[in-house]
Design a protein around this ligand. Structure first.
Ligand code: RET
Length: 262
């Protein structure tokens, strides 16, 4: 009833009707993402160093983009129905992937800049990440279950490579700078801890085995997205604020000796 009011699907576009839990969750998350973006800007307002401003802008942009994408799904345009062989119709929340394909590289960039990573490491991380999300999107549109799982495997392959880069090369780079090793590992662990849940939810949810109903899956993704974007963003800006405004001199010295700047 609520959704029939909100999802009119007028004109030439037929919006996919979704349940009330899904719809309310999408609306609430859109609002919280918007508030989160504003909160992160507010938190970083006093930062004057280039690094402080850079991290504030990136960290705030992430939930701002998500707000728009959640709004797109809440109003119905970001969801389509497809016919799965032998399983009937199923909603594809394709706008999730257009959110992730932009915001997950920004999250990795945020973390890689904190570690003072070189361009090769940053490029590899971001390239693999776009590949991972694109593979997930293709998988979500496949109509034969076996092909859907094939894309899950392809996407997870890229994800494992990202995890290796984060735990190996990127951590090595961050550890060259005593001042930021601790905050880097806290944020890295938070990121990994949240990110590993996504492929599991995909596999167990409507995209895969269908063990989690769509409404619950929407709530789980919303909580993950809010933590991975807004929670992570607040912690990132606070870490950078401590590093730059709190210990600017030490950082400059360490940075001058440790970075290779290539
Ligand atoms: C998909 C498809 C199945 C395989 C894998 C996936 C990974 C998704 C990830 C998403 C992270 C999203 C974040 C959003 C922030 O708000 C695409 C589900 C590996 C890791 C952090």
């Amino acid at each position: 009833m609520f959704e029939t009011i909100l999802l009119q699907g007028g004109g030439g576009f037929e919006a996919t009707p979704v349940g009330a839990l899904t719809n309310v969750t999408l609306w609430v998350t859109a609002v919280l993402m918007g508030l989160g973006a504003a909160g992160i800007i507010y938190q970083g307002r006093g930062l004057t160093s280039e690094e402080g401003i850079e991290h504030t802008v990136i960290s705030a942009l992430i939930p701002a983009i998500a707000m728009a994408m959640y709004l797109g799904m809440a109003t119905g345009i970001g969801i389509v129905s497809i016919e799965i062989a032998g399983q009937g119709t199923q909603e594809v929340f394709w706008m999730r992937y257009t959110d992730w394909i932009v915001t997950t590289p920004l999250l990795l960039l945020d973390l890689a800049l904190l570690a003072k990573a070189d361009r090769t490491t940053i490029g590899s991380l971001l390239g693999l990440d776009v590949f991972m999300i694109a593979a997930g999107l293709i998988g979500a549109f496949e109509t034969l279950p076996v092909y859907r799982y094939l894309w899950w495997v392809v996407s997870t392959g890229a994800f494992l490579a990202i995890l290796w880069l984060l735990l190996g090369p990127l951590s090595d780079i961050a550890s060259q700078d005593d001042g930021r090793a601790d905050s880097f590992s806290t944020l890295r662990n938070l990121l990994i801890g949240l990110w590993v849940v996504y492929p599991v939810v995909w596999l167990l949810g409507v995209e895969g085995f269908g063990l989690i109903p769509v409404g619950i899956e929407t709530v789980i993704y919303a909580l993950l997205d809010l933590s991975a974007k807004v929670g992570f963003g607040f912690l990132m800006v606070s870490a950078v604020s401590d590093l730059t405004e709190g210990g600017q001199a030490t950082q400059d010295r360490a940075g001058a000796t440790a970075t290779s700047d290539d």
